[in-house]
Write a protein that binds this ligand. Structure first.
Ligand code: ADP
Ligand code: ADP
Length: 223
């Protein structure tokens, strides 16, 4: 699904990530950890071709990202769902319309029943008409997850999805992520939350990647 060969990433001549080699197989579940500023968000941005690597080779779905044109990237974005750290809602649009937004962007018709089912799955059936600022942090994260999966992506990337949530809400979100993985989706979650990782490992064979000193490491089983 995602394959890196000696990938490097620099901002303005400063190398943030170096020599990262990794294969993320279809259906795998990975956490991405590392100190704040280590490059977790940057790594995720590489994985949905928001950023291009400054060195090495990055293949997404078997295609070198450097060979992708604008249309290819638009197609690729439909196969990679992203839950951004700040959710990125349009605050003047009701939740339902925010969640459905990727459909209209992709030129696909909205199936009201499908949308209703999706909101029900994340436990927000009753909040369809609410505006994003009226939702709690946990509700916003679950809404962002619904929006990220509405185009049935193969890969789901989530950036600190439980960053502002209490433990109960974190577990609720984790349950949804595990369900997606059990449906065959490849899941990558950037997080600082070791308890979340432990809870996930009790449910799925999750692996832990760590960015440290610009390199990507596969963490041991001691977490
Ligand atoms: P993390 O998600 O692990 O906290 P980030 O990937 O967000 O790390 O950022 C890593 C470092 O790269 C930070 O020091 C950040 O300021 C820097 N950085 C991120 N995006 C840019 C950018 N567009 N231009 C320059 N520096 C950036
Ligand atoms: P996060 O909070 O997800 O770790 P950041 O704070 O690193 O994200 O980045 C937020 C936005 O600002 C991103 O689009 C990133 O590319 C940009 N950014 C971060 N640091 C810098 C920087 N030093 N210079 C320019 N842009 C940056």
């Amino acid at each position: 699904m995602i394959e890196l060969r000696s990938v490097a990433m620099s901002y303005g001549g400063t190398e943030l990530l170096s020599d990262m080699t990794l294969k993320l197989m279809a259906g795998s579940f990975h956490f991405l950890t590392g100190p704040s500023g280590a490059g977790k968000t940057t790594f995720l941005k590489l994985c949905y071709a928001e950023l291009m690597p400054s060195g090495g080779q990055l293949n997404l779905f078997g295609q070198d990202v450097r060979d992708l044109g604008r249309d290819d990237i638009a197609m690729l974005r439909r196969r990679v769902g992203v839950v951004h750290q700040d959710c990125q809602f349009l605050d003047h649009l009701p939740l339902l319309e925010n969640v459905a937004l990727p459909l209209s962007v992709a030129g696909r018709a909205v199936d009201p029943q499908e949308l209703k089912d999706l909101l029900g799955w994340v436990g927000l059936a009753g909040q369809a008409r609410a505006l994003p600022p009226q939702l709690s942090g946990g509700e916003r994260q679950r809404a962002a997850l619904a929006r990220a999966v509405i185009l049935s992506p193969d890969i789901l990337l989530a950036d600190e999805p439980t960053g502002n949530l209490d433990w109960e809400m974190s577990l609720r979100l984790l349950t949804l992520l595990v369900e997606l993985n059990r449906m065959g989706k490849t899941v990558v979650i950037a997080t600082h939350d070791l308890n979340l990782i432990r809870a996930a490992k009790a449910q799925v064979p999750a692996r832990v990647l760590r960015i440290q000193n610009r390199r990507l490491h596969l963490a041991g089983a001691d977490l």
